[in-house]
Design a protein around this ligand. Structure first.
Ligand code: SAH
Length: 234
């Protein structure tokens, strides 16, 4: 069974976009995963096809209407659909590699892309939407966030990654950032590849990689070592 992704968006032309290229695009062609893109505006009912309205209590911008979004959701993901329903949102739980692994192990995902100031709170509750953030900054819409979430999931699907081992050594997989990488030539602009990597001594190489990973993590992301944002293996 392929992994089934459904996207609800006001900009369906943004998909598959980058997900139609490279590994993800090949997987889409090969049927490893499927993509169902729905235009939220198709669920509008008034003659202007309006999807948003002014915020209750005042304030800037517009808010996605709950009735329209719910109708779009119900058409794309009926009640017996057990796939997780994610709402891209800067207020959400920050995405982690552990959550990505869980999602990739499931049968699919429904992703709602917000726009404007966001969506009416009641539809988040009523349709059981899990708010997911891709970082502490504000995008103009949820579409780039949906690309990020799906890209991270799809590369883990069986049959996508060329070299399966390359999945397990990446940053975060062991709760650490990855060690530095080098390739030929051996010397470039006067800079050498660290000799240990060319020594053929596999134990020494493994030790070097571990030490480098520890050092980098301590310098750049001490929070990972303190276990604060620890990404435990799912
Ligand atoms: N007024 C909101 C921001 C709205 S940004 C607030 O202050 O919280 C418009 C839309 O972009 C959001 O509905 C969401 O779908 C998407 N978005 C913006 N930043 C995001 C982030 N960091 N992660 C995931 N989605 C984001």
């Amino acid at each position: 069974m392929p992994f089934n992704a459904t996207i609800l968006t006001l900009y369906p032309d943004m998909f598959p976009g980058p997900l139609g290229m490279s590994m993800a695009g090949r997987g889409l062609e090969d049927g490893v995963w499927t993509l169902d893109v729905r235009n939220i505006r198709d669920a509008a009912t008034d003659r202007h096809a309006s999807v948003d309205d002014t915020p209750a209590g005042g304030g800037p911008g517009m808010v996605l209407k709950p009735d329209v979004l719910a109708r779009a959701m119900d058409a794309a993901s009926p009640e017996d659909d057990t796939r997780p329903r994610l709402l891209m949102s800067p207020r959400g739980k920050p995405l982690t590699q552990a959550r990505v692994r869980e999602l990739a192990a499931g049968k699919g995902v429904v992703i709602v892309c917000g726009r404007f100031e966001g969506v009416d709170e009641r539809v988040i509750e009523a349709r059981n939407l899990e708010e997911v953030s891709i970082g502490d900054y504000i995008l103009s819409g949820g579409e780039p966030a949906a690309h990020v979430v799906l890209d991270a999931i799809v590369r883990l699907l069986p049959g996508i990654m060329g070299n399966d081992a390359s999945g397990s050594e990446e940053s975060f997989e062991a709760g650490l950032l990855e060690h530095p990488q080098f390739t030929r030539p051996r010397e470039w602009e006067g800079r050498e590849i660290p000799p240990v990597l060319l020594s053929g001594d596999h134990a020494a190489i493994a030790r070097w990689k571990r030490e480098q990973a520890m050092e980098l993590t301590r310098a750049r992301r001490p929070d990972l070592l303190e276990g604060k944002n620890r990404d435990e293996k799912a």
